[in-house]
Design a protein around this ligand. Structure first.
Ligand code: AMP
Length: 423
């Protein structure tokens, strides 16, 4: 029979890898809650319009990468390509602004983009996403970046750089856009077909192009930093000053425009050079007009998203984290012992000891081999002979020492770590 395979670019996360995910998620929850974020979970499917209106009609994500479909009633829906728009929608829909404490939110889950799969780029990928609503103080921009860096640092990630930029605001960006358009017009013949199209619809996007001749053409392009209005300049200077207060290292990267239209003022990315072309581990920025544009109150917003696949690929390059192993493997010798062994396994689990029962029998030797393979710290041998004396044998797998322990004491014996070590 022909096998059904997973969809290209959508991966299974298998038990041998899942502990990396669990650790990253647990650390994210711990750090984000430390900074006052509360979890929110939104649907994976939204109305297509939500993303078209927020991310922007002429962005790559909306133009080319959305999993969009009409349902049986003809309503256009999409698998979410990112989480910010959904978070803003939920905030508006549930009037969360009425609660003065509801400011910071996070979510963790899958996103979907129909991109060409390669290392670090998938069609279903996962993000840790954090958003802050209602605060336009540059101190918050700095705090958001500090939160992201703190999280990465706690995971022990090394060799990443924080790139920061300001994209200006509706008061100053249009002038830059016009000058950039004029500049690109003069170099139109040098641009790739994509950029030649972008220069009309969304000229800032050309800075994202990886094609060499476009990069060369942009060498002496106008610099966004030179166009910031007084208010944007002040805001950006403050952000950088606050980062310096906490000794956070950063590079100002005036070419970093990010792929979503809703950003304004501060944008940032955490960059690595260890993942080939997919060099962004996470990124984010400020989007002060978005909530108003989506029909909500005119509240500012700022946030970031971290790509979990890329983060885990990087962590795996530099660390070994072991998966959870059973505390004890219960080897059963003889049919008479099975019932007792089953009861003992249950007793141990009730007391918080992770116990694996030697199902399916086999010789003691083969059960010991299995225990070894599983990495169990101890083996309890339940045999008819010892049971007759109301006891079992507990063996420490590393020291290979073993001793007889009364059946009713096994749980206490294994649970008391000091006694285990001294076995
Ligand atoms: P963005 O929402 O485009 O700003 O992306 C934020 C982060 O999500 C990036 O820095 C990546 O780590 C991750 N990411 C974005 N697209 C993909 C993808 N197709 N596959 C894997 N990770 C992705």
């Amino acid at each position: 029979m022909e096998r059904v395979q997973a969809v290209r670019g959508m991966n299974d996360i298998l038990p041998d890898a899942v502990h990396w995910w669990q650790k990253v998620e647990a650390t994210a929850r711990q750090v984000l809650e430390l900074y006052g974020y509360r979890e929110i979970r939104t649907p994976l499917v939204e109305k297509l319009e939500l993303f078209a209106r927020s991310i922007g009609e002429s962005t790559d994500i909306v133009e080319k990468e959305m999993y969009a479909f009409a349902d049986s009633k003809g309503q256009w829906l999409a698998l979410r390509p990112e989480a910010t728009a959904s978070m803003v929608r939920a905030f508006i829909e549930h009037n969360l602004h009425a609660d003065p404490l509801a400011r910071k939110f996070y979510t963790i889950g899958p996103m979907f983009r129909h991109e060409r799969p390669q290392k670090g780029r998938y069609r279903q990928f996962h993000q840790i996403d954090a958003e802050v609503f209602g605060i336009d103080d540059p101190l918050m921009d700095a705090e958001v970046m500090v939160t992201l860096c703190d999280f990465l640092q706690r995971l022990g990630l090394r060799d990443t750089g924080l790139h920061v930029n300001s994209l200006g605001c509706p008061a100053c960006r249009p002038r830059f856009r016009e000058d950039l358009k004029a500049f690109l017009q003069d170099r139109a013949s040098q641009l790739c077909p994509d950029c030649d199209r972008r220069r009309h619809v969304n000229p800032l996007r050309v800075f994202d192009c990886k094609v060499d001749r476009c990069r060369d053409a942009l060498n002496d392009a106008p610099e966004l930093g030179q166009y910031l209005c007084e208010a944007c300049r002040r805001h950006f200077d403050k952000v950088l000053e606050y980062l310096s207060h906490l000794h956070v290292a950063y590079d100002v990267d005036s070419r970093m425009v990010r792929g979503l239209d809703y950003y304004m003022r501060t944008t940032f990315e955490v960059i690595t050079d260890r993942l080939g072309a997919q060099n962004a581990v996470g990124g984010g920025g400020r989007y002060d007009g978005l909530m108003r544009d989506l029909g909500g109150p005119d509240l500012p917003g700022i946030g970031f998203a971290i790509g979990m696949e890329r983060l885990i690929l990087l962590l795996q390059q530099e660390k070994t984290w072991d998966s959870k192993k059973p505390d004890v493997f219960i080897a059963v010798v003889g049919d008479e012992a099975v019932g007792q062994a089953f009861r003992l396994a249950q007793d141990l689990r009730t007391q918080g000891v992770a116990a694996e029962l030697g199902h399916g029998g086999g010789s003691l030797k083969s059960q010991m081999r299995r225990a070894n393979k599983m990495g169990a710290a101890h083996v309890v041998i339940v045999g008819e002979e010892e049971l007759a004396k109301g006891a079992v044998v507990v063996r420490h797998m590393v020291s290979k020492e073993q001793r007889q322990v009364p059946l009713e004491d096994v749980a206490a014996f294994l649970a008391g770590k000091s006694t285990i070590e001294s076995l």
